[in-house]
Ligand binder design. Structure first.
Ligand code: MN
Length: 718
């Protein structure tokens, strides 16, 4: 595509009208043009042209891939924020959210560009890569913007030209290639070659010119022969000659080929309606013109990773010359030329073009998934960008799965890289590999077009693989596997350590893990969950002592302080005289902590090996299953006071502590400790009291229930 130095909006609109017919959409584009024209008025490009010529050209380039109205409008407006100080809000008000966000996206990409230092370049490239995941249309506008800048770069110094060309080949043409936007990609490459290697470029142009008449004639003859042949067989088709890209010729020369040896300079393309006709046409052509061995490629059955489909063959044609022939349907042609942008030409009323494009990228474009994967695991922008360039964009090879799917890998990749690229679960279980029917070692270097089959029966990957895998993706996944395995191990270990330490320090786990306490503790130690804390303990990044110390530092709440002053100081051990076990003398007896029985409660004993007998309330759920160890016990009559726990639920906003304490005093009950649990919609006080017996306790509970704001009172049963 040539630079349109004298472009007018009228000529642009004419091209647009060839595929956009909706009046509303055309009016929107006109409005965008008028706005941009007004804003850029008086500004000039370095070429001396009016500035508006640049956005007009960018939009013009985008018509070659049939860009939609939003994208064209955004292309016309793409420099008004940066060059004219227009606010994004104003664009949104006038042109809507979609266009505003496209313009904003392009502005952000251009803003950091070429400030010269390498950090800015890296950051900009990262933005381009990440931008793919947001709205690929921004990147497509960027490609067109760059193409027009290259077209007018003759005004800049050779250094600047080379710098821009290098950066374009570094990242933008590979993106255009992977997105399948062939037409823009070829133009970009050609301009880059012209600036980077002017001698080679003009040498090729000259040679092509010198042979042009001859080649045109040869192609014309061959088209005639092919048309005759296909017509005779009743295949409806069109045939066109096609010129090879200068850049692809340069690549071949660069690999050591001589110009006269490049045999696919004569090239034509056949368009048919259906896939079946592609194969029919191919068969008919091969029956008349012998194919050159090993030159046939079936990209219909096995599409390229950028969705490209066609049949390629090279045949000995008229006059014994070699011709490269491509056969494809019209639909395949759209994808071959526009790639991801072909959605524009399939656009249906009301369809969401952006969503369709993003969806296609995610589902169909390997490079996109790889980039997103790397983005998620690599935080350092320089490493991320360099890895994408080295492993995704340059020096790639294409290998096949046994089903014929194409997998894109960097040069030097091994079967393990392949396995992880297919799926991480395949990678993790890889035990062997068969390449082209031969068993190969796992560090085998794969080559273009290898067919790779992975044998999976291992349970886990091997750390040894890290020594030879090529892709960062595989490395990350192997490391992630071992980190995860370690995590599980450390989690278990850490939990054991903590439980032991709690026992050692006689801290009840109920108290320790109580909601409020856990929250404070985790916050103080800067963990989000006990899982994290266990992992830190298990991997020795944290000591158990530090956890206990932090636990002991938890300061009592305000209410607790009030209580501290008034609570009874006595902490008595109750004696065995409290409980009698009929038929047994001299046995150690404890009152169970879970249900805290008090005299007059119906009770039962439970024989604990080495600890004597623990006494529970008969309704305590903890004794239900333990019948064969149960033993009958009875209360002795004593004046000893016994601790028990009650739970008082009250309204959230009320403070019932003082009332509770005064009721306790009235009933001659000692409050010995107190815990406040604030829940979402209520407050629960856990009260430990010393009481004479059940009668006294019940009276106390009844009196508590009379207090306003108290919802319920019950004895605790853990
Ligand atoms: Mn621009």
């Amino acid at each position: 595509m040539k630079y349109q130095k004298n472009i007018t909006f009228e000529s642009l609109k004419k091209r647009i009208s060839s595929y956009i017919t909706d009046e509303k959409e055309l009016n929107l584009i006109s409005k965008a043009y008028k706005f941009a024209e007004e804003k850029h008025f008086g500004q000039k490009r370095l070429t001396g042209d009016d500035y508006i010529i640049h956005p007009l050209n960018v939009a013009y380039i985008l018509t070659s891939i049939k860009a939609d109205a939003d994208t064209l409008s955004a292309a016309l407006l793409h420099d008004v924020i940066e060059m004219c100080g227009v606010k994004e809000e104003e664009i949104e008000k006038k042109f809507g959210k979609n266009i505003a966000s496209l313009v904003k996206g392009v502005t952000t990409l251009n803003r950091l560009n070429f400030s010269g230092d390498s950090e800015a370049v890296i950051n900009n490239q990262r933005k381009i890569l990440v931008g793919l995941s947001e709205d690929v249309r921004v990147i497509i506008i960027k490609l067109a913007d760059r193409l027009n800048n290259l077209q007018t770069m003759y005004v800049l110094s050779p250094e600047k030209q080379k710098e821009t060309a290098k950066e374009t080949l570094d990242i933008l043409t590979p993106i255009a290639d992977r997105l399948g936007i062939n037409s823009i990609k070829q133009d970009l490459e050609e301009y880059c070659l012209r600036y980077l290697k002017p001698d080679e470029y003009y040498d090729i142009v000259e040679k092509l010119n010198a042979t042009k008449a001859e080649r045109d004639e040869a192609v014309r003859k061959m088209i005639e022969a092919v048309d005759d042949l296909l017509n005779k067989h009743g295949i409806k088709h069109e045939t066109k000659g096609r010129s090879k890209s200068i850049y692809s010729i340069y690549k071949k020369l660069d690999k050591g080929k001589r110009f006269s040896d490049i045999y696919d300079l004569l090239a034509l393309r056949i368009y048919v309606d259906t896939e079946q006709e592609c194969y029919q046409a191919l068969g008919i052509i091969h029956s008349k013109f012998k194919p050159k061995p090993k030159r046939f490629k079936d990209y219909i059955a096995m599409p390229k990773t950028n969705m490209y489909q066609s049949l390629h063959t090279t045949v000995f044609g008229v006059d014994g010359q070699l011709y490269e022939i491509q056969i494809r349907t019209y639909d395949m042609d759209k994808v071959a030329e526009y790639g991801i942008a072909s959605h524009w030409s399939y656009k249906e009323k009301g369809s969401n073009v952006k969503a369709a494009m993003q969806n296609d990228m995610e589902k169909k474009l390997q490079f996109f998934r790889t980039i997103m994967d790397l983005k998620n695991t690599e935080e350092d922008p320089e490493k991320f960008v360099n890895t994408v360039k080295e492993e995704v964009f340059h020096n790639t090879i294409y290998v096949f799965t046994p089903k014929g799917d194409v997998i894109e890998l960097p040069k030097g990749a091994t079967p393990v890289d392949f396995a992880y690229k297919v799926h991480s679960s395949v990678g993790d279980r890889t035990s062997g590999a068969i390449v082209n029917s031969n068993m190969v070692p796992l560090d085998y270097e794969l080559h273009n077009e290898d067919i790779v089959k992975i044998i999976t029966n291992n349970k886990s990957p091997s750390r040894e693989w890290l020594k030879f895998v090529k892709t960062t993706q595989a490395k990350n996944k192997i490391k992630a596997y071992f980190n995860k395995a370690n995590k599980q191990e450390n989690l278990k270990k850490g939990e054991d350590i903590l439980i032991k330490e709690l026992k050692k320090n006689k801290i009840s786990s109920a108290e320790f893990f109580e909601e409020e306490n856990s929250k404070k503790l985790l916050a103080e130690l800067k963990f989000n969950s006990f899982e994290e804390l266990y992992i830190a303990l298990g991997s020795s990044k944290l000591t158990a002592e530090a956890v206990i110390a932090a636990n002991n530092r938890q300061l009592p709440s305000k209410e607790e302080k009030v209580l501290e002053k008034i609570k009874g100081k006595e902490k008595r051990e109750f004696s065995n005289s409290l409980i009698r076990v009929p038929g047994i003398n001299d046995i150690k007896v404890n009152l169970a902590m879970c249900c805290c029985p008090v005299p007059m409660d119906k009770i039962i004993g439970y024989i604990t090996k080495g600890y004597g007998i623990t006494v529970h309330r008969i309704e305590c759920p903890n004794v239900a299953k333990l019948d064969e160890r149960l033993i009958k016990v009875e209360w002795n009559k004593t004046n000893e006071k016994v601790p028990t726990n009650i739970l008082i639920k009250s309204n959230l906003e009320s403070n019932v502590i003082i009332d509770v304490v005064s009721k306790a005093n009235n009933n001659e009950i000692t409050v010995s400790s107190f815990n406040n649990h604030r829940m979402k919609d209520s407050n629960t006080l856990e009260l430990t009291v010393l009481v004479k017996d059940k009668e006294q306790l019940d009276k106390f509970i009844t009196s508590l229930e009379m207090i306003n704001n108290i919802i319920s009172v019950e004895r605790e049963m853990k």
